[in-house]
Unconditional design. Structure first.
Length: 315
């Protein structure tokens, strides 16, 4: 048992998730206030004493990414100046995770910049879920816990309906993640090869593996513009059943993705609540499952100094 009290706070990015985590822990969220000033600056205020406490602040950095990231950084600074014992940043959706390397000359490695800022401001530990590039944890010199929503998402497909299904990786880079789904569900693995035309678009070149007569379950770590949805006809052309399911952790869901969900080939898109999905984005084919129990379990284990190795991302 830690001698330092556990205190859970939330930024404004996904308060419903934070409230569910608090409920799982039997806690009440700490009191804090975020104000957006007329000149677009952000002001944060902690409304209670936190001296000597173990602080966990939940703030996925989804759109508007920079506002939510800045809000998180300001809270970290405020907690440090208020003499918190430790500050753990729980960032279910880590910002700039797709900018983790230089693909051409004179580019910023933006994910490294985020890591540097968090560490410099005094974060003690970072938690994130199904980060796009797992090597990002190497950008930190503090403990980082790369969690995975794969078991939670895979559970949605453990029914007789999917006995004749196959797990589909939309590209070679997601093959390891897809392999974990296939292992949990006992299903075959299929890999699509794609060529990316730009940040927003890509197209499938060929399908590797036996998909004929099977129900495809396409997996990915995030869905933003929905370029993965444009690859689905290639599966049907390869002989797959014309009803396709998707299991994707982070529902960024730009307008193009929502429009592409209308495709009759798509049966259902299962996502988690790492990112808050407002009512206007709740497409009829969208199913949201919660990662609050996972986050609550990890937070409790960390606070009490117990192992979390069984809960870490295994891909």
């Amino acid at each position: 048992m830690s001698e330092h009290p556990l205190r859970l706070f939330s930024g404004t990015a996904n308060r419903p998730l934070a409230e569910e985590v608090a409920k799982c822990l039997g806690l009440t969220l700490g009191s804090c206030t975020t104000t957006h000033l007329p000149d677009t600056e952000i002001h944060v205020q902690i409304n209670q004493a936190v001296r000597g406490e173990d602080i966990f602040i939940i703030q996925p950095c989804s759109a508007p990414v920079n506002e939510h990231l800045m809000e998180l950084l300001l809270y970290v600074d405020a907690f440090r100046r208020a003499s918190a014992h430790s500050i753990t940043a729980v960032i279910p959706y880590f910002p700039y995770a797709r900018q983790e390397r230089m693909t051409r000359g004179r580019e910023a490695i933006s994910a490294k910049v985020v890591a540097t800022m968090l560490e410099a401001l005094g974060v003690s530990r970072v938690l994130f879920v199904d980060v796009h590039a797992p090597a990002i944890q190497g950008f930190f010199n503090i403990p980082v816990d790369p969690l995975s929503a794969v078991p939670i998402l895979a559970e949605q497909f453990q029914t007789d309906e999917f006995r004749n299904a196959a797990i589909v990786a939309p590209d070679v880079g997601r093959a390891k993640l897809a392999g974990k789904y296939a292992e949990i569900l006992g299903l075959p693995l299929v890999v699509m090869h794609k060529r990316r035309d730009s940040f927003e678009s890509a197209h499938a070149t060929h399908v590797v593996g036996d998909i004929k007569g099977k129900i495809p379950i396409v997996i990915d770590d995030l869905i933003a513009s929905g370029s993965v949805l444009t690859q689905l006809p290639a599966l049907v052309e390869a002989g797959a059943e014309p009803r396709i399911y998707l299991a994707i952790t982070h529902p960024v869901l730009l307008p193009t993705a929502l429009k592409r969900l209308d495709d009759p080939l798509i049966a259902k898109l299962v996502v988690t609540d790492t990112i808050y999905v407002p009512p206007e984005k709740r497409h009829p084919k969208l199913q949201i499952v919660s990662i609050a129990p996972l986050l609550a379990d990890v937070i409790e284990r960390i606070h009490h100094g117990r192992s979390i190795s069984a809960l870490l991302r295994l891909t």
